[in-house]
Design a protein around this ligand. Structure first.
Ligand code: SF4
Length: 385
């Protein structure tokens, strides 16, 4: 029997009317080196003992990693000098290597392109605001969901990222903030959103492990409140339901992009597997289980999904479940060059918002930080190929 490649084939997505779109070079690529963040507590202790290190050294390493964002042997001054290099090499292999860094918004937006161990490229974007600093991270190399308007969707899915690869994006950003490497002086990374490359629910185990390590207090995690973490999905219903059962109060963001199945089947192929009603039912159940308002992401595309009838239908469908359970974030599409999908006219955006507001729906036009550095997800990686 053929061996299934180790990749993010979406649960419930290989049969029926939806299949993950796979990249041309999708193949078994081997696994990234195992990192401290990938190990259980017992595995860390066993690894330490292989190196002749007692158990308490593992706690010291956790404090370096989660508390001080350090992986560099030179920083392990509380370690026996002879063991520093060996411990750093065994627990903290370099998983993400910076290729390029682009800066915008007067230095307050930093977009980084990373290379992984197998040459794959992913990206993350750090955005500093007056009262918070948000990091947008990737969870898969490419994306298998195949949304036709999205640059990442054109890449297809190459593979899932490991927990260590996901977490390293957070550690580096937290360290940049602590060291004052982002305009505005030293500060603290306060929010993390899984809205970079990939469908987080297609890599469920790794993202949940990452969420736990981002939110746990030091020395078990970075101490960023789960309430400040957002997990997005294009509507993978089994993933939404599993996440609701985890008991972690993260915010759920659903990329809806269309209020009817007819239109959404075209914009978001996953809709053929889980339709608008199924997705909204699951999102509302998530709200009931966690008491966290759900975000509805809606990329406004000129003449396609941005007309008054779309806003009215969206409001009706959301109000069907009651008041105050969602927050809609319409965002002007950042178009792929040469594509037929373009951004809405400002007057259509304003009218769309107005209809939602009049229907009692909370909605804010999401700001488009980083647009002048190709801030739409996936574009930077797409250009490097
Ligand atoms: S819009 Fe999101 S889910 Fe769709 S292809 Fe792009 S990254 Fe994947």
């Amino acid at each position: 029997m053929a061996v299934e490649p180790e990749t993010g084939i979406t649960e419930g997505g290989t049969k029926g009317r939806f299949r993950d779109v796979l990249a041309r070079d999708h193949a078994r690529r081997g696994k990234p080196p195992v990192h401290f963040a990938d190990m259980t507590a017992d595995e860390r202790i066993a690894k330490a003992s292989e190196l002749g290190l007692p158990k308490f050294r593992v706690n010291q390493l956790a404090r370096h990693y989660y508390g001080h964002f350090d992986t560099d042997a030179a920083e392990f001054t509380d370690f026996p000098a002879a063991k520093r290099e060996q411990a750093a090499g065994a627990f903290f292999p370099e998983l993400i290597h910076e290729v390029t860094r682009q800066v915008a918004d007067d230095g307050q937006t930093v977009k980084t392109l990373w290379e992984l161990f197998d040459g794959s490229k992913i990206e993350s974007v750090l955005m500093r605001y007056p009262t918070r600093t948000t990091l947008c991270i990737s969870s898969q190399v490419g994306c298998g969901m195949g949304c036709p308007f999205c640059a990442t969707g054109q890449l297809g899915l190459t593979r899932n990222m490991s927990t260590g690869e996901i977490l390293e994006q957070v550690r580096v950003a937290a360290r940049m903030m602590e060291r004052g490497e982002v305009a505005g002086g030293p500060g603290r990374l306060s929010n993390v959103v899984f809205m970079g490359m990939g469908e987080p629910m297609g890599n469920y185990k790794s993202i949940v492990s990452a969420v736990r390590q981002i939110s746990a207090e030091s020395p078990n995690g970075f101490g960023i409140s789960a309430r400040n973490i957002t997990v997005s999905t294009v509507g993978v219903v089994p993933g939404i339901r599993k996440l609701a059962a985890e008991g972690i109060p993260v915010r759920l963001a659903v990329s809806l992009h269309a209020p009817s199945d007819e239109l959404r089947d075209e914009l978001v192929p996953m809709n053929r597997r889980f339709n608008v009603t199924q997705v909204l039912d699951a999102a509302h159940d998530y709200y009931r289980a966690t008491k966290r308002r759900v975000s509805i992401e809606y990329a406004l595309m000129r003449g396609i999904n941005d007309q008054p009838e779309h806003a009215r239908l969206l409001a009706k469908r959301l109000n069907h479940y009651g008041d105050n359970w969602v927050h809609v974030n319409p965002i002007p599409l950042n178009p792929i060059e040469g594509s037929k999908w373009t951004a809405s006219k400002p007057e259509d955006e304003a009218a769309f918002l107005d209809i939602l507001h009049r229907a009692g729906i909370t909605a804010t036009l999401r700001d488009t930080r980083g647009q002048d550095i190709d801030g739409a997800c996936g574009q930077l990686a797409a250009k490097q190929r």
